[in-house]
Design a protein around this ligand. Structure first.
Ligand SMILES: Nc1ncnc2c1ncn2[C@@H]1O[C@H](COP(=O)(O)OP(=O)(O)OP(=O)(O)O)[C@@H](O)[C@H]1O
Ligand SMILES: O=P(O)(O)OC[C@H]1O[C@H](OP(=O)(O)OP(=O)(O)O)[C@H](O)[C@@H]1O
Ligand SMILES: O=C(O)c1cccnc1
Length: 484
């Protein structure tokens, strides 16, 4: 354990970013403008779309970006020279960021966010930006899959105890809320983000009294709104009948809101519990289910006719249980040359998906005016104006023979100016608004893209000019490497 205080996020980066920063600075190219695209190549969970989350934290990170004195002391200890350290002391984020809004429905191979900044700044922030987007977008997408099954029934996020430590619990639960979860059990997240909080009680509460009747009675004395956990000993023989008995005794003194089932056969138990509650006159008392739930189990429970009114979901959403990482990348697409002109940059690869798409680009959602559904996304070079065209040729960027012509469309630019010359231009909407925005954007998608199993592939196409430009750079780069 050393004595440095943890007072900035500038070193929350990979050492190779600092290695590059040093070399750029020594070569005096650190101030040249560079453009990077942030995107992922493959949708997670085999889903047909993803939900973007992370912008709020990125804004906060970039606004406060600086190397603290303790960061610089540590770099000095590592052997970095004084003049480089003195330079780092002055570094702030002074560039431009364009990004999609949080809650946006996003797809593979389209820039979710673009950074245009002095090379050294754009490079130093790469790791943190990817760290933020990859986790939050992954969790928002998992949560969205779950909400496709939950429908109008509320889902509460219960996962803090299983999350990958504090930050993941906090920002992860925010991501689930963006995708439609209705509440969280994490009280700090409620305080920090204004997410509605909700909570029942644990088995230990019943164990503390050993007797379910006493436990429920005491709980009801302490809380007017009661949700009783009924599976500590025997759900149908003891838990549900005891909850009913206490609720009858206390009458209008309490609101018998719900029971919670947390083990056993949730389909069978919910149906039987429903019968007992209804027979006792508690037709409005809800049944909440929890225990290792995810979209697959929930779908199965629905198919079995389970009488579940609300879901408590922890581990599997907050850890993105079936896919531990999203693979978003950050790739250079343009750079200022020795004459001060911006020139495109490309990275080649033997796999076509990994070849980058050079140039400054915009992403448009092409919305059919008649159906109000999205026809696909269209990536065009900055100077193009697809919104002014009457007919668009949309074609697959790898299998170019797959394509169609679109007319009567709206081309919606999906990027917002977030920072211009380091100045924040964007105001984060309230979280509730982000949730509503996300829901509206999902409504633009045909159902075929939203099913959880084998969804249709949503078109993410390049404009002809963007595609021609890419081909030109591939050819030039091949000639260049061949000459060498
Ligand atoms: N009817 C059902 N159909 C499909 N899956 C179910 C059904 N009922 C429960 N499950 C799921 O099956 C799994 C059973 O969990 P587990 O093996 O931990 O048993 P349990 O009864 O919960 O015991 P424990 O007391 O240890 O929690 C959970 O993921 C649960 O959500
Ligand atoms: O199952 P999750 O989706 O993660 O939801 C949260 C779980 O956390 C609690 O269990 P607890 O930590 O007491 O352990 P348990 O598995 O023994 O119930 C609660 O009773 C849920 O079962
Ligand atoms: O409120 C609950 O019921 C709850 C919260 C966290 C984890 N498990 C259950």
């Amino acid at each position: 354990m050393n004595n440095y205080s943890d007072d900035s996020l500038a070193l929350h980066t990979d050492l190779y970013q600092i290695n590059m920063a040093k070399a750029y600075w020594e070569d005096n190219i650190h101030h040249k403008k560079a453009v990077f695209d942030l995107y992922f190549r493959k949708l997670p969970f085999g889903n047909g779309y993803a939900i973007f989350a992370g912008l709020e934290r990125i804004i906060d990170y970039l606004q406060t970006f600086h190397f603290s004195e303790s960061d610089l002391d540590y770099l000095k200890e590592l052997g970095y020279k004084r003049d480089f350290i003195d330079y780092l002391r002055t570094v702030r984020f002074t560039g431009n960021v364009r990004a999609m809004k949080e809650g946006e429905v996003v797809f593979n191979n389209e820039p979710i966010l673009q950074v245009e900044a002095p090379l050294i700044e754009a490079q130093l922030i790469e790791t943190a930006l990817l760290n933020i987007v990859n986790y939050q977008t992954l969790i928002a997408t998992k949560a969205s899959r779950i909400m496709q099954v939950a429908g109008d029934k509320p889902a509460s996020e219960f996962g803090t105890r299983r999350a990958h430590e504090f930050d993941a619990a906090l920002w992860g639960t925010r991501a689930t809320f963006i995708s439609g979860f209705s509440s969280t059990s994490n009280v700090r997240a409620g305080k920090r983000f204004g997410i509605p909080i909700s909570g029942t009680h644990a088995h230990s509460y019943v164990q503390a009294y050993e007797d379910e009747y006493i436990a429920f009675h005491k709980y009801a004395k302490s809380h007017k709104n009661c949700v009783f956990l009924v599976d500590t000993y025997d759900t149908l023989k003891s838990g549900v009948p005891t909850a009913i008995k206490v609720a009858k005794e206390l009458g209008d003194n309490i609101n018998f809101e719900a029971i919670r089932l947390d083990s056993g056969d949730l389909a069978y138990l919910s149906k039987e519990a429903r019968k007992l509650l209804d027979e006792a006159g508690f037709v409005d008392t809800k049944i909440i289910a929890s225990n290792d739930l995810d979209e697959y189990t929930m779908m199965n429970l629905n198919a079995q006719g389970a009488k579940i009114d609300a879901w408590g979901i922890g581990t599997k959403v907050i850890t993105a249980f079936d896919q531990p990482a999203l693979g978003a990348v950050y790739k250079m697409v343009a750079m200022e040359d020795e004459n001060g002109e911006m020139t495109d940059r490309i990275k080649l690869s033997s796999s076509p998906e990994k070849v980058t798409t050079p140039g400054l680009k915009k992403v448009y959602r092409i919305i059919n005016k008649f159906t109000n559904k999205s026809e696909g996304d269209y990536i065009a070079l900055n100077y193009e104006q697809p919104e002014k065209e009457s007919k668009l040729h949309m074609f697959h960027p790898v299998h170019t023979y797959i394509g169609s012509f679109v007319t009567n469309f709206i081309a919606k630019d999906l990027h917002e100016d977030i920072f211009v010359d380091g100045i924040l231009m964007y105001e984060n909407p309230p979280l509730q608004e982000i949730q509503s925005y996300s829901k509206e954007q999902l409504n633009l998608l045909w159902e075929e893209y939203k099913r959880s199993l084998n969804p249709e592939e949503y078109p993410v196409d390049l404009s002809q000019a963007c595609w021609d430009n890419k081909m030109k750079h591939i050819e030039e780069m091949k000639k260049y490497s061949f000459k060498k």
